[in-house]
Design a protein around this ligand. Structure first.
Ligand SMILES: [Zn+2]
Length: 599
């Protein structure tokens, strides 16, 4: 199809020449530091007069905000790429610390700015945003102002933040430290090994059940041994969060996570309701999978076990062409974007030692470009991952020309474009599978993800909501935590499993993240939201692309309900949209059940 041979390493020199030794980057950082200082000074010098003059002053401040924010992001993206491409690049770590320091100062300045906004009274505020250049930013500015208003005074919040360094956030860091010391014992071929939790976790996707089961026994024991310390950590972390909420007068534990994700509680409840009503098919899948693996019932440690095999290798070039061909079925712009990314070396895919694990896509706002990082070894799942990251890149690309302040989308819509792109390619791979075994393996991989998002994440959400309710009354014991988790898992998995993982509250990092509360439901929301859009795209064909792009451009400047209403003409607080999204997942299961009928 294409005559070009794509290189599998990225080009970073277009941003700053010379990698972590780059003098250009140092200059950029020095300049950024000055800009931040200036920005802070300008904010401090402003005394809102509650007149139209405030609008002018604010506009100028926002220009500074944009310029400085872009510079910081540009540097942060570059340094992130340096660290990923070579984990031994010590200088990159120093640069990272530099960027982190600058970001902290910038955040402090933004806090001061938000506080200034609260000093403008409501009528003047409305006039300022009514027309003119600020109108376009009215959602994000009003959001900043009302978030600041809902908090304690500037001084009190500063105190909370300061105490949080050695309080709240330290509990999260303590968790990481405890986990780093946990070893899971495993006897393999008569030899006793001590696995790190990461190594042990990887064994759960082994095809050898006795290995999975042995590792799981060691896993539960290892977490159980630390349960008292981990429970204390979780109790203090959540206690700190609840105390801050209480002082702010927030009595709903979901208030903050819902605000961050710009969504209504009603929407969240409707989503879970539709999921719960449609779990029967997931249960059928789990039962079939048990049968196929020769089991009565699956256990927790069987959920990630593979079924079927894929030995097919896809070269980087083939993968790149496959992605472009399939993107083209949905729209020309998406395909053109992918072509650009491959041709211009926006992607680091080489399989070589010294690279960081995982994949990401990062954007360089000053250049309107993105960079994608993965390690491509030629499996079909690598091709899907590459499509996923290209989807993120396309999101930024689609937002070209949108004001910087209107580009900061929340976690629940951050995966819209990536999931969409990944679905296109994953579905095409299933269709193109060379035989039934490969088709089943690919389908099973897709369904496992559905199970994770609709059942596993559901369990996390049920647990976390109930735990926080009980925590208000006082510390929650290890026994009680285990019970709450067991109940949540039984409910979320419709009692289909033989053995559960009561210590999941301890083994799952997400409950201990202090940066973002309730690090769970946005995943499920994002997945289904994207599938709902995918369902519409499948119906409408190529003509859908313009609508899709218009939606992406608005992802960071309205609530999700407004976004869906404006671009998809659907009401997220009603069940229809969610049902269509869930149906897409269930169709995979139908196919799986049909193909495995006689097996
Ligand atoms: Zn992603």
């Amino acid at each position: 199809m294409s005559a070009t041979t794509y290189k599998d390493v990225w080009n970073l020199d277009v941003f700053f020449k010379g990698g972590s030794d780059s003098p250009e980057l140092q200059e950029h950082l020095t300049h950024t530091a000055k800009l931040i200082e200036l920005f802070q000074a300008r904010i401090n010098n402003w005394t809102p007069a509650n007149s139209p003059e405030d609008g002018k002053y604010l506009q100028e401040l926002l220009l500074d905000f944009e310029e400085t924010g872009k510079k910081l992001r540009q540097a942060g993206a570059f340094v992130g790429c340096l660290q990923a491409q070579n984990i031994h690049d010590e200088k990159a770590y120093n640069l990272d610390a530099q960027v982190t320091g600058l970001s902290a100062s910038f955040q402090t300045a933004l806090g001061a700015l938000d506080n200034q906004l609260t000093k403008i009274d409501d009528n003047v505020w409305k006039q300022l945003l009514a027309d003119g250049p600020l109108e376009e930013l009215s959602f994000v500015l009003t959001e900043r102002r009302s978030r600041a208003k809902e908090k304690l005074s500037k001084e009190e919040e500063a105190l909370v933040n300061a105490l949080g360094v050695d309080g709240y956030h330290s509990w999260g860091q303590l968790y990481d430290l405890i986990v780093s010391k946990i070893k899971v014992s495993l006897t393999e071929n008569g030899e006793e090994k001590q696995l790190s939790v990461g190594q042990a976790f990887n064994k759960f996707s082994s095809s050898d059940r006795s290995l999975r089961s042995t590792v799981f026994a060691g896993w539960e024991k290892a977490w159980g041994d630390q349960a008292d310390i981990l429970a204390k950590t979780l109790n203090h972390l959540s206690g700190f969060r609840l105390n801050v909420y209480k002082k702010r007068g927030w009595d709903e534990v979901l208030k903050e996570p819902l605000d961050i994700n710009r969504m209504k509680k009603e929407t969240l409840e409707t989503m879970w309701a539709v999921i719960s009503e449609n779990k029967q098919k997931l249960v059928q899948y789990l039962e079939r999978k048990a049968k196929l693996l020769g089991l009565e019932k699956l256990s927790w440690f069987d959920l990630d076990a593979p079924y079927g095999t894929t030995e097919t290798k896809v070269s980087y070039q083939e993968g790149a062409e496959f992605i472009q061909q399939n993107f083209a079925l949905f729209g020309e712009k998406m395909a053109a974007f992918a072509k650009l990314a491959f041709e211009k070396q926006w992607i680091e895919a080489e399989d070589r030692p010294g690279k960081a694990p995982g994949g990401f896509c990062t954007s360089f706002p000053e250049s309107d470009e993105s960079r994608i990082f993965i390690t491509y070894s030629g499996t079909p799942s690598n091709v899907s991952t590459l499509a996923h990251e290209l989807g993120h890149g396309f999101h930024s690309y689609a937002m070209k020309g949108v004001q910087h302040l209107n580009r900061n989308y929340a976690m629940n819509v951050a995966e819209t474009a990536s999931t969409f792109a990944e679905m296109i390619v994953a579905d095409a791979s299933v269709k193109n599978a060379k035989d039934e075994d490969e088709k089943l393996a690919l389908l099973d991989d897709k369904i496992q993800r559905t199970v994770a998002l609709l059942m596993n994440i559901h369990a996390r959400f049920l647990f976390e909501t109930r735990f926080y309710e009980e925590r208000r009354q006082g510390p929650v014991s290890v026994e009680r935590l285990n019970q709450l988790m067991l109940d949540a898992q039984k409910e979320a998995y419709c009692e289909t499993l033989d053995e559960y993982h009561p210590l999941f509250w301890a083994s799952k990092l997400h409950f201990f993240i202090t940066g973002v509360p309730f690090y769970n439901f946005p995943y499920t929301f994002g997945y289904l939201f994207s599938l709902g859009i995918y369902a519409q795209a499948l119906q409408e064909g190529k003509g859908y692309e313009e609508k899709y792009i218009a939606l992406l451009r608005d992802t960071a400047s309205m609530t999700v309900e407004d976004l869906a209403n404006k671009h998809l003409q659907v009401d997220l607080t009603k069940k229809d949209f969610w049902k269509k999204a869930v149906d897409i997942c269930l169709a995979d299961i139908d196919e799986f059940l049909e193909l495995t009928e006689g097996r």
